[in-house]
Design a protein around this ligand. Structure first.
Ligand code: SF4
Length: 375
């Protein structure tokens, strides 16, 4: 017994974690979750839920790694959509002023700065409904994608609704991931947005997936939804043909002038509960602790990481709300023994980048596939 313990102790700690982070075949993920199963997970005593989520996280991913992403608004405000939380909608009177699509150079400069500071994913957002009638603007964005990808970074965009052909062009330019949130459950959605349907959102997600681009799709807490809606959102993505490679969990930052300006902030315990449930149901997905993080004390953020969150936005600014700066985030991660993920380190993202390695990865990891269905 002593010899066994001594041997275990001699193993380098990070190596132990890393052995659980070998390539994960898509066959470990379940696509037949019922809403009741997910509701039962969500309703579990919080300590039990966090423990379960932490266990799933350690079994299927390297829990010491956190993806550092930097977000940049490349076209601000003036959006015709009516998302009731958004300061960029032209339907509301908010402090956000509309601007034109940025030139390429300042965007590349911002990506360079993000990379120098340790971010490995750069995400560019444009506030508009879709790319219809924006041929020249789209060409400029394709060039931005090529340039950022050429720097060795993962590159993500969020540009509203996409057609299959636009998704294909983004993929050819080197796009790693596309963000298109479902925001909430199908039932609650019409109370938040009326100018685009839930099914239109799902069509864009299908186009992105079909083009071979990683999907980033999650939601916002604090819209006035109930627990059933938080569960409904997780259920919706869990039943997709592939789980999204990334699931952002945002806490609403109420913006003056929007219909939700007076909403009560979502409770911290609900945030943790949602993250932990998503981690259990989506074991190979990156769970992204997104908007609202900068107001959370470090201990609360650490509990989110324990519950399975493994990506953050870091830098100077989210799209329209404040962000925690790089140096603070790096210091926090050091204190908790966390380190930044490398570009394309996450298995599901890498699989889409290098499809030829897919078969090899699945063969190597066959052993863990059979016992890992019931998470
Ligand atoms: S969330 Fe996006 S689509 Fe909705 S109003 Fe804001 S910028 Fe437009």
């Amino acid at each position: 017994m002593f010899r066994l313990l001594a041997h275990q102790k001699s193993l380098p700690f990070r190596r132990c974690l890393a052995t659980h982070a070998v390539s994960i075949p898509s066959s470990i993920t379940r696509h037949d979750w019922t809403r009741q199963e997910i509701q039962d997970i969500f309703n579990a005593p919080l300590m039990d839920l966090v423990f379960r989520a932490a266990s799933v996280h350690r079994k299927y991913q390297d829990a010491s790694k956190v993806q550092l992403c930097t977000l940049m608004n490349i076209k601000t405000g003036g959006c015709t959509e009516d998302c009731s939380y958004c300061s960029q909608s032209s339907r509301y009177s908010t402090p956000t002023k509309a601007s034109r699509l940025l030139d390429i150079e300042p965007v590349i400069e911002a990506a360079r700065k993000a990379k120098e500071n340790g971010s490995t994913r750069f995400c560019m957002g444009a506030a508009w409904r879709d790319l219809a009638g924006r041929k020249r603007g789209f060409e400029r964005i394709l060039e931005m994608v090529r340039e950022v990808r050429g720097m060795g970074m993962e590159v993500c965009t969020t540009l509203g609704m996409l057609s299959p052909d636009q998704a294909r062009q983004l993929k050819e330019a080197g796009l790693t991931a596309y963000n298109h949130n479902l925001d909430t459950s199908r039932e609650f959605y019409p109370q938040v947005i009326t100018s685009r349907s839930y099914d239109e959102r799902l069509s864009t997600i299908d186009a992105v997936r079909d083009a071979g681009i990683s999907v980033c799709s999650g939601g916002i807490l604090g819209l006035g939804e109930k627990d059933e809606d938080r569960v409904g959102l997780i259920w919706e993505v869990s039943n997709m043909s592939e789980h999204p490679e990334s699931f952002p969990v945002n806490a609403l930052v109420p913006i003056a002038g929007t219909p939700l300006e007076k909403n009560e902030p979502v409770s911290y315990h609900t945030l943790v509960r949602t993250i932990a449930t998503a981690r259990v149901v989506l074991p190979s997905t990156i769970i992204r602790l997104a908007a609202g993080r900068n107001t959370m004390p470090e201990s609360e953020q650490a509990m989110c990481f324990m519950a399975g969150a493994n990506a953050i936005f870091t830098g100077e600014q989210m799209l329209t709300t404040p962000c925690s700066p790089w140096d603070e985030d790096k210091a926090m991660m050091d204190r908790w023994g966390l380190e930044g993920m490398q570009s394309f380190e996450q298995v599901n993202v890498a699989r889409k980048e290098r499809p030829a390695t897919n078969t090899l990865d699945e063969t190597r990891t066959k052993g863990i596939a059979s016992d890992s269905v019931h998470v």
